[in-house]
Design a protein around this ligand. Sequence first.
Ligand code: CA
Length: 223
Amino acid sequence: MTVLIVEDDDRLMDALRAFLHKAGYGTVSAADAAQALEALGSDTEVVLLDLGLPDMDGIELCRLIRQRSGVPIIIATARSHVQERIRGLRAGADDFVVKPYNVLELVARIEAVTRRSRAMVVEPSAEQVIDVSGVRIDLSGRLVLVDGAAVELTRTEFDIVAVLARYPGVVVPRERIIREVWQTDWHAFSRSLEVHIGSIRRKVGRGDLIETVRGVGYRLAGG
Ligand code: CA
């Protein structure tokens, strides 16, 4: 398990590295946003992101990391910065810790986000056309065909199918679908998501196309 620590405070960085190593984690250090983007790799399993960085707004960095990768991001902010936390979560962060944080709490949060996102460590598929149980999903054409006939989906319904289609056979957490489709982390969309999934299933008419994984999210049948 490799944690990318983005932190410009040298003393805190040293303390974090020492603690995480003791807890059995590998670490990669970045003292600013430029280093963080350079260090972000396919082996990065969690990013711990201090939002107060010398060269870039941490929120912006969070957004850039999220554009490149589905890696779990934990942001670290000062207690008083509630707005910053909200912006961070909206920019794609998975969780936050409040500085000064307890390192045991940090490890618990790392464990929690990686558990939630384990399935999502896989990179999204680059395929533009996905064929699965008689259904063809054409991402660039925004088309869903069942046995060659186009299914009329609403824009939101197609967006949901598209998120799932980028990870065929993988459970996509509810939170991630909501974030990608509605650009928000507001959990109130959970109910709306269920309704849309129900509608997609009715229109497509293939009960096995989208599987519900209770308490986690949804999975498009493997190709
Ligand atoms: Ca800082």
